[in-house]
Design a protein around this ligand. Sequence first.
Ligand SMILES: [Zn+2]
Length: 440
Amino acid sequence: MTTNRYLADVAITCDQNFTVIRDAAIDVNEGRITSIGPQSEAPPHQGTVHDLGGLVMPGLVNSHAHTPMTLVRGAGDGLPLLEWLTKVMWPREGQMTPEDVLWGMRLGASEMLRAGVTSTCEMYLFEESVVEASTEAGIRLVMTPGIISALHADDFGSTDGRLATITEFHKHYHDPERGVTVGFGPHSAYDLPLEFCAEVAAAARDLDALLHIHVCETQAEGMDLESANDGRSTVQLLAENGVLDGRVIAAHSVWLNDADIETYAHHDVSVAHCPVSNMKLGSGVAAVRAMRSRGIEVGLGTDGPASNDDLDLWQEIKFAPLLARVVATDAAAMSPRDALWMATSEGARAVGNRDVGTLESGQRADFIRVNLDDPTFVPVTSTDELIAHLAWSGSGRHVTDVWVGGEQVVADRQCLRIDVERAMAEVQTRGLRLASDSGT
Ligand SMILES: [Zn+2]
């Protein structure tokens, strides 16, 4: 039994107590952490020792993304959400082939891994391509195949057929040991009939699978639905239709009232907070503080690279507390620890992967090395300052090495498994084709 031991100047565990270990030793065997603690207390060791120096922490968890949208990155800037979706995004996406999505995901997965994102929760079409590219790159994937009314008219058959397809897909691809879990991704209650959302939710519950849905991203999106239902809120309608009864992650959840937040808490709904996307699209500010104080688990998400535009989750680590503070006019509204928790352990729980997101014995060995030899990490006069530097100044460029399930997938900032140059060239060519073929 070969164990790898990793030594670091400091390990931020992101566990419940936010334990920080100086001169840490982390032992990894068969993809899991078998021991973590100060080097002086480490158990006897037989295998290889890797002296990493620097800071080691759990890999980041992107709790809401549509990563193959690297193919349409930046398109339609400045349009309101509905127009942006219907006039630019969906026409271009309607032209995509499985091969396009494969390249879009290869590029996006490599971008995330290089930024230290080791898990991603994806809502997208062409799910086989997303799985193939993710497995190839070595990123942990929560795949929730998307269901969008506009895109299933001809290419995919009816939405009912889509539900059967996803159930079948779950049978073949759901394999947490291989780093892939499968859920269901109905786009939203404004795009799909409530009764159909209820059917999807029932199918997800039957498989104990995650339901991943956009909820109340913008103020106007739910107006038609709500006025057709005696003014009851979207969240209330989802709850009444049983959509929130299983394991649910609700992306955005910006326009919630107090009763909606109670409903989430009651149904144990978790939330993917996407502050950069919400700011870029002018959507509004989610009441993250209120939700978390009610025990709702909130992860951080980049959303698709068309509404961000990059996949470096460190920006969300910075902007989530900035936004919370600016809205509350209170510098104590959200701490650097809160932001780092949401990007790691809380985000992992939010997407249903409880065995990643912390550095603790028994957890899967998804971890990253952050280079502390950088002007933005100087000076450090206390542990709290180090944590503050990490949250406020940390970025993908500080991440040098990345392991997923104990296997190194980024070394010295280079992706070991994806030819990034080639992926960039492919996405460039394919992105041009999508723009011209869709006439957008
Ligand atoms: Zn989204």
